[in-house]
Write a protein that binds this ligand. Sequence first.
Ligand SMILES: [Zn+2]
Length: 216
Amino acid sequence: MPEASKPKAQSICAVRTTPNEPRPSREEAERAIRTLLLWAGDNPDREGLRDTPARVVSAYEDWFSGYNQDPEEYLARTFEEVQGYDDMVVLKDIRFESHCEHHMAPIIGRVHVGYLPNNKIVGISKLARVVEVFARRLQVQETMNAQIAHCIQNVLEPKGVAVVIEATHQCMTTRGVHKPGVSMVTSTMLGDFRTNPLTRREFLSVIGNPSSTIEG
Ligand SMILES: [Zn+2]
């Protein structure tokens, strides 16, 4: 694939909305955390909390580092010589940690990715990196699921892509309805995975069939 041929502005994997105001300084971000500590009812000047705003901002830099990365870059290096291999490639149980855009609470789970190569294959670690880039942004699980699938479809142009995500949402398990142990399963099936029930079933059996409801 001509690696530099896709203009970044059209990248399906890029962040699509840009804020109307400038990015605050690190100092302003730390002040915002201090405000939240006060609001929660604690004293941000006590010893244990004195460095907390700085630590939280550093953690945010890590948890939300996906905004600065373009997952297409990880997929750009493909190996086109597949020696006739045109069977399913599956990477299962990719652990991820993300944060929901409604509560900024952790979403923790596993992603399973499958695709049917069309002359192009990619190193499996690259697929895991793509998952990680999307996970390090705020979102809902459904969006993340669709973005991973469409990004792979867009760059590798395979005969099909399947992405299944199983995750627990701490905004649901630790507050609100308090339902520990509940996990959410979402899936995006594109190309052959969508049109061919046998292909879909093969993928689901490889990943251990997290939900029979995906069968369609
Ligand atoms: Zn939430």
